[in-house]
Write a protein that binds this ligand. Structure first.
Ligand code: ZN
Length: 434
């Protein structure tokens, strides 16, 4: 068995897009005996066991049906998407002797972090098969294919004093190469990478990624330097914890669920985002798949708890004034509970207490975060799923720096602690049950 930290680095590297993140999670679940179901198939009756679905190819729901009648769900939610740059449908054009690609900014990208990186291209193609049917196919060009060059300082003398201002339409288009007659077009490039005929590629979702691999850093390798830590680090923890918990699941009376959603970074409103009907629909089918009624499902919801896991802001030593006093999470000091009175985080006193008690039981430290009152607070899938389902939720995450940069950083000791407490949560009794 892989060292869990090594496995996290592998997962981060093999998941340049949400589609890849879901397939990489599915591979881990498959190895642990989870069975892939189709949403279009009948699930009833569903024997006790391990299952997952991958709605849209970029969201994933995995769960275990116990032997006993369930009294509640224990849901760990996270998101598979990260801010990045995505190709427009008619992306290719030539300008000043270069071939370039038109890109759209996806989510809250720290735009300046994407300049001067060696960028690859990855995503999903829709390919017409010999039978005339369309099938999705993952594709990845993992080499320095593209680059968004910075302007030389000699042409922008005040950039360091006045700031690096980026115009998202004019300045972000990457260079694909030098324009020349007969050069391979984008469709030929991605078709070759996917090993299909260019004419059979009838659709695509393609995005840029930094080809620099995830690595441990710092004096004693106590740090992680990687793209997409927000929020693949939490996706990995949710899956690793579910696999670790699976051996105990049959004998408990709760249904553990790992819910990984696409489109959190753009508001979660999509067919398979956290605000869609797919989670409540799937949970109802799971609760009723062994003969339960809708009332049984609603009673199961009443006994349910959700941990919304999304990365948290560690204190930045060069900008410590940006943090609320007494709420400055440190790297490698344990999971962070996030609280916001405006409900940008879904944590309540009761759910914070539940999570702190779990940390105490598994003997790991816990930290607390609140945003400065004079800064608008970000949000997570926590308030959305909590509102959709009407279930108690706690927002937590591991601390990190450079959130939404093309290359982020976090602590190397925190992933194991988060995985440990999630594992305990999956089998936890309801602390408020009467
Ligand atoms: Zn996030």
């Amino acid at each position: 068995m892989h060292d869990p930290l090594d496995d996290l680095l592998v997962y981060l590297g093999e998941s340049p897009t949400p589609y890849h993140a879901v397939e990489a999670a599915a591979r881990r679940l498959g190895k642990a005996g989870f069975i892939r179901l189709s949403e279009a198939a009948a699930w009833s009756p569903l024997a006790p066991g391990r299952y997952y679905i991958t709605p849209g190819g970029s969201s994933l729901l995995a769960w275990i049906v116990p032997d006993a009648a369930p009294t509640g769900f224990r849901i760990v939610g996270a998101h598979t998407d990260s801010p990045n740059l995505r190709l427009k449908p008619k992306a290719e054009y030539a300008k000043e002797g270069y071939d370039q690609l038109g890109v759209e900014v996806y989510g809250g990208v720290l735009l300046n972090s994407w300049f001067d990186l060696d960028l690859g291209l990855a995503g999903r193609l829709l390919v017409r098969g010999a039978d005339g049917k369309t099938a999705p196919r993952l594709v990845e060009i993992r080499r320095p294919l593209l680059r968004i060059p910075r302007l030389a300082i000699h042409l922008d003398r005040e950039v360091n004093e006045k700031g690096f201002l980026v115009h998202r339409q004019d300045h972000m288009a990457p260079i694909l190469g030098m324009a020349s007659d007969g050069a391979r077009g984008l469709r030929a490039l991605v078709a070759e990478a996917a090993d299909v005929e260019p004419a059979d590629v009838i659709g695509q979702d393609l995005m840029l990624f930094d080809v620099n691999p995830p690595t441990l850093g710092g004096r004693d390798r106590e740090l992680i330097f990687s793209a997409r830590l927000d929020n693949l680090a939490m996706c990995h923890a949710a899956i690793a914890a579910l696999v670790a918990y699976a051996g105990d699941a049959a004998t408990r009376d709760v249904i553990p669920v790992a819910a990984l959603f696409d489109h959190e970074e753009v508001g979660s409103e999509s067919a398979y985002g956290a605000a869609s009907g797919f989670l409540p629909r799937a949970l109802e089918r799971i609760a009723t798949a062994r003969g339960g009624t809708r009332d049984d499902y609603l009673r199961t919801l009443a006994g349910s708890i959700c941990v919304s896991a999304d990365m948290a802001h560690a204190v930045h030593p060069n900008y410590d004034g940006k943090h609320e006093p007494r709420h400055k999470p440190e790297l490698n000091a344990g999971p962070v509970i996030k609280v916001n009175a405006q409900q940008r985080y879904a944590t309540s006193g009761a759910t914070a207490a539940m999570f702190s008690e779990l940390c105490r039981e598994v003997v790991i430290p816990v930290q607390h975060y609140a945003h400065r009152t004079d800064l608008p607070c970000g949000s997570t899938i926590g308030p959305i799923t909590s509102t959709q389902l009407g279930i108690r939720t706690v927002d937590v995450g591991n601390p990190m720096l450079s959130m939404h940069s093309a290359r982020e950083m976090s602590g190397a000791k925190d992933p194991a602690m988060m995985t440990r407490v999630m594992q305990a949560f999956y089998g936890a009794r309801d602390p408020e049950a009467t």
